[in-house]
Design a protein around this ligand. Structure first.
Ligand SMILES: Cc1cc2nc3c(=O)[nH]c(=O)nc-3n(C[C@H](O)[C@H](O)[C@H](O)COP(=O)(O)OP(=O)(O)OC[C@H]3O[C@@H](n4cnc5c(N)ncnc54)[C@H](O)[C@@H]3O)c2cc1C
Length: 233
């Protein structure tokens, strides 16, 4: 028999989990369905892991370039990227676990699995344990987010050709890297690897995105650390 809720949210990213918590706080019987990770892209493969790695890259770069000026001796400083990845993952896991706790603490029922709509008032959840649950609701919030797009000729293998997800999960620092797309995600990832010592080339179709002030400052700081940053159209 189907379980019934006032509000069902599909997707536990920043859009979904906040909506679910607020709905429960307003007294609605609320459920959330998530197929992969609590906290969505942001907490697991986006904002948080990128900022963790960026801060590690900054730390390394400052030690290598500014420590002696500050009177700090830092000899033979190097990076063990596999360990850096473990640390990054622990940051993400802690935050993702926090979302789980927040949802439970606010009385939201959590379904870990993939939602598929059957009708406009009913969906099924293929649970991660293999079972299937039927859920009906008066209201649904679809907060399923976005995913990286592949461009023809560059199929992701997350090793040689990476989406942002693969780029944030490398266990070794690449010697060189071409970033296709000079938006904020590309420049952040490029800047992060430049701080780790990678030779970075950014390929951007239009000059326009480089004129946006935030992007301009990211581009300037990338240029400052990378031995090579190329703008191409
Ligand atoms: C590298 C990177 C860095 C970023 N940095 C920043 C930043 O610094 N600041 C910022 O504001 N934004 C940043 N973003 C963007 C940010 O991550 C997104 O804007 C945000 O995650 C969108 O939230 P959302 O809830 O809409 O979707 P998502 O976070 O994508 O969550 C959607 C969730 O829905 C789930 N889902 C999808 N389909 C189903 C289904 N059928 N059943 C069950 N679950 C499903 C997915 O598993 C996912 O967990 C960054 C993104 C990337 C990739």
């Amino acid at each position: 028999m189907a379980q019934n809720f006032d509000v069902v949210v599909v997707g536990a990213g920043p859009g979904g989990y906040v909506a679910a918590i607020r709905s429960a706080q307003l007294g609605k019987k609320t459920a959330i369905i998530e197929r992969e990770f609590m906290g969505g892209v942001c907490l697991n493969i986006g904002c948080i892991p990128s900022k963790a790695l960026i801060s590690a890259g900054h730390f390394l770069h400052r030690l290598q370039t500014q420590s002696s000026e500050m009177g700090i001796t830092a000899k033979n400083v190097s990076v063990d990227m596999a360990q850096t990845q473990k640390w990054k993952q622990s940051v993400c896991d802690r935050m993702s676990g926090g979302v789980d706790q927040l949802l439970k603490g606010n009385g939201v029922t959590i379904f870990k699995g993939e939602a598929n709509f059957k009708t406009t008032t009913e969906l099924t959840v293929k649970m991660s344990d293999g079972k299937t649950e039927s859920i009906t609701a008066k209201n649904f919030v679809i907060a399923t987010g976005s995913r990286p797009i592949e461009i023809p000729g560059f199929k992701f293998d997350e090793n040689l050709v990476c989406s942002s997800t693969g780029a944030l999960a490398q266990s070794a620092v690449p010697k060189s890297l071409v970033v296709i797309g000079g938006g904020y995600i590309g420049l952040e990832i490029g800047g992060m690897y430049a701080n780790f010592g990678t030779k970075v080339t950014v390929v951007e179709r239009t000059r326009r995105s480089f004129k946006v002030s935030l992007i301009q400052s990211a581009f300037a700081s990338l240029n400052a650390v990378s031995r090579r940053t190329v703008l191409s159209s």
